[in-house]
Design a protein around this ligand. Structure first.
Ligand SMILES: [Zn+2]
Ligand SMILES: [Zn+2]
Length: 554
C-alpha cells in the first residue's frame, strides 16, 4: 500500500473516532500521524520493515501497531469495529461542504441523525438550531449542502480510483482463479471517474458475492442485478462487478469499457447487438475492425480511422525516456536529488530534470541565483554517484504578471532546461493572459510551459487563453507544452492536448514529482496523451538523451 493510502485509512479512522465522540487528543493524534505519513520521503512500509516507525515524530507505539496491521492485512480492525457500531450512512454526511466529523457526531448522538434524509427533515423542522453552538446559519448551510450533493453525483480523480480498481481486480482474480479486468472510464483514462467497473469471467454470481464480501476494501455488497453485483468500497466509491461467461468475456469487457457512444456506434455496425467473443480483438474483428485502444473509444472519429487503417500508433509508458519537471528538498519536494535520481534510474529513465521552484513562488523555498548555483554543485556530485542517468540542471521559473521571468537571463543561460510556469494571476482577462503567455513562449531561454492552464480538477478553473494564438506561438518558437501528470492537474487536458497536436505543437509529459513515489503518476499523463491521439514522436520526453540534448541546443 502507498503512503497516501495508509494515511487515508488513518484519517478515516480519526473521522469515525470523532463522530463517536472520542477524546479529541486521540483523534488529533491519528490525524497528525496521517499528515506525517503523507509527507514522508520514503515508503512507510520500508520504515515498518526496519522497525523504526516509532522513531518518526508523531507516531507513537499505538499508532505504529495500527500502521503495521494496515500494511500486513490491508485493513484496520479497530476501524472495522467502529464501522460496525456506527451506521454506514454517516460517512455520506461527511461529504456535506462545511460540515466536519465533529458536527456529524453531535447530530448523530444528540438528534439520532444518520442519513441525509434525517438531516434534511431536522433542518427543515428547525431542530438543528436548537443544539448548542449550531445556529440558524449552520442549518441553512446544511440545507444548501444537501441540495448541492443531490445535484452532483460524486466523482473521483483517476489517480484515486485506478490503483484501487486494479487491486480489487487482482484480489478477485486470485480468489476466484479467473480473469478479472478493469473496465469503464478508468480503463479509458478519463481524468475523473464516477465508479469502478470490473468484468469477471465467472458465470455464477453467488461465488462472486462471497469473494467480493471478503475483500478488505469493500465495505458493503448489495443486491445483485441480472448483469452485475453492486458494492461500495471503503472510500465510498461504487463498484460494479459484471459476470461474463468466458466465451463472452471480450464482448462484455468492450461493452462495459464504453464509452456508450462508441459501443452504440459499434452496435449499429453489427446490425443490433455486439457479436459474442472471448476477446475484444475477436469482437472487433467480427465487425471488420482492428482492436481500438480504450483511450480512443470516445466517438471522436476512431471508428472511421480504424476502418481506413489510420489508427495512430499511440505513445505508451514504455516510450517515456525521462522526466523533465520534478522537485527536490531544495524547494518544496520531499526527496533529495539523490533519492529522486535513483528512483528515476530504477524506472529505466535516461534523464531527469531537477526543476525546483524559483524564489518568486512565495509559498515554496524557492531558489535565488545563489542557491541555484549551490544546487548545481550537488547535482554534479549526485551525477557522479548515479552515472546511468543524466541529471539536467533545470528550474521551474515563475512567470510574473507581465510575462517576464523571475530569474535573470545570465542565470537562465546556465541551465540545461527551463520550465516556465504561472502559479499566480490566473484570472487575468483572456486578452491579457494570452499576451502574457505568448511573451513567455517567445522568451529565448524557455523550453517547456508547465501546467499551462493552472487548473485544479473540480477545485479551480484554469487561465483563459486564445488557444489558437498560444498554439501558433508555441509551434513557431518550437516550445513544448506540458501535460502535467499530477492527478489533480492533468493539464493540458485531453481536448486541449489534441488541439495542440493538431496545431503542430510538441508535448512534454511530466510527473511534477515532489517525492520518489510520484514518478508513478507518469501513467496518468500518458493516458491523457493517448486520449489526445499522441504518437511517440509528438512527445519531447520520448527522445533519446542524445536527441534531447540536441533539441535543447537548438
Ligand atoms: Zn508548478
Ligand atoms: Zn512543479
Amino acid at each position: 500500500m502507498t503512503n497516501r493510502e495508509v494515511a487515508a485509512l488513518l484519517r478515516h479512522y480519526a473521522d469515525l473516532l470523532e463522530i463517536q465522540g472520542e477524546n479529541p487528543f486521540r483523534v488529533q493524534a491519528y490525524r497528525r500521524a496521517a499528515e506525517v505519513i503523507d509527507h514522508l520521503t520514503m515508503p512507510v512500509a520500508a520504515l515498518s520493515a526496519e522497525k523504526s516507525l516509532t522513531a518518526v515524530p508523531g507516531i507513537g507505539s499505538g499508532i505504529a501497531a495500527a500502521i503495521v496491521e494496515i500494511l500486513e492485512t490491508g485493513r484496520l480492525s479497530a476501524l472495522e469495529a467502529l464501522q460496525g457500531e456506527l451506521p454506514r450512512t454517516l460517512v455520506t454526511l461527511l461529504d456535506l461542504p462545511g460540515i466536519g466529523p465533529k458536527t456529524v457526531g453531535r447530530l448523530y448522538r444528540e438528534l439520532g441523525i444518520a442519513t441525509l434524509a434525517d438531516l434534511e427533515e431536522a433542518a427543515l423542522a428547525g431542530r438543528i438550531r436548537q443544539l448548542k453552538g449550531l445556529g440558524p446559519r449552520v442549518e441553512q448551510r446544511i440545507l444548501e449542502g444537501i441540495r448541492f450533493l443531490r445535484g452532483v453525483s460524486r466523482r473521483f480523480l483517476l489517480g484515486d480510483l485506478l490503483p484501487l480498481a486494479e487491486r480489487l481486480a487482482g484480489q478477485l482474480a486470485q480468489q476466484l482463479d479467473v480473469e478479472v479486468a478493469v473496465a469503464g472510464s478508468i480503463r479509458r483514462m478519463r481524468e475523473t471517474v464516477g465508479n469502478i467497473n470490473l468484468v469477471a469471467a465467472v458465470g455464477n454470481q453467488a461465488t462472486l458475492v462471497e469473494a467480493l464480501a471478503r475483500l478488505p476494501e469493500i465495505a458493503e455488497v448489495q443486491e445483485p442485478t441480472p448483469a452485475f453485483v453492486p458494492a461500495v468500497s471503503t472510500i465510498g466509491a461504487e463498484v460494479r462487478v459484471v459476470t461474463a461467461a468466458p466465451e463472452r468475456f471480450g464482448t462484455e469487457l468492450l461493452r462495459w469499457t464504453g464509452s456508450w457512444q462508441h459501443v452504440e456506434a459499434l452496435g449499429e455496425l453489427a446490425g443490433g447487438t455486439l457479436p459474442p467473443a472471448a476477446t475484444e480483438q475477436a469482437c472487433y474483428q467480427a465487425l471488420g475492425l482492428p482492436w481500438i485502444p480504450p483511450e480512443l473509444r470516445e466517438a471522436r472519429g476512431e471508428l472511421e480511422a480504424a476502418r481506413d487503417g489510420r489508427l495512430p500508433q499511440l505513445v505508451s509508458l514504455q516510450d517515456i525516456q525521462g522526466d523533465l519537471h520534478t522537485h527536490t528538498t531544495w524547494s518544496d519536494g520531499r526527496g533529495s536529488i539523490l533519492a529522486m535520481a535513483i528512483a528515476a534510474r530504477d524506472r529505466g529513465y535516461r534523464y531527469l530534470a531537477v526543476s525546483d521552484h524559483s524564489a518568486g513562488l512565495g509559498v515554496a523555498r524557492g531558489l535565488d541565483p545563489d542557491r541555484l548555483r549551490e544546487q548545481w554543485r550537488e547535482i554534479e556530485a549526485v551525477q557522479a554517484q548515479v552515472p546511468e542517468i543524466r541529471i539536467l540542471r533545470s528550474c521551474e521559473v515563475e512567470v510574473r504578471r507581465d510575462g517576464s521571468l523571475d530569474l535573470p537571463d545570465e542565470v537562465l543561460a546556465g541551465l540545461d532546461l527551463v520550465v516556465a510556469s504561472l502559479h499566480a494571476g490566473l484570472r487575468l482577462s483572456k486578452e491579457e493572459q494570452t499576451e502574457r503567455m505568448v511573451r513567455v513562449i517567445r522568451h529565448p531561454h524557455v523550453d517547456i510551459i508547465a501546467h499551462p492552464t493552472g487548473r485544479l480538477i473540480d477545485r479551480r478553473p484554469g487561465a483563459d487563453y486564445d488557444w489558437e494564438r498560444v498554439f501558433a506561438a508555441a509551434r513557431e518558437a518550437g516550445k513544448a507544452l506540458e501535460i502535467n501528470c499530477g492527478p489533480e492537474r492533468l493539464d493540458l487536458n485531453d481536448e486541449l492536448a489534441r488541439q495542440a497536436l493538431e496545431a503542430g505543437v510538441l508535448l512534454a509529459i511530466n510527473s511534477d514529482a515532489h517525492a520518489p513515489d510520484d514518478f508513478a503518476w507518469m501513467r496518468y499523463g500518458v493516458g491523457i496523451a493517448r486520449r489526445a491521439w499522441a504518437r511517440p514522436e509528438q512527445v519531447l520526453n520520448t527522445m533519446s538523451l542524445g536527441a534531447l540534448l540536441a533539441w535543447l541546443e537548438r
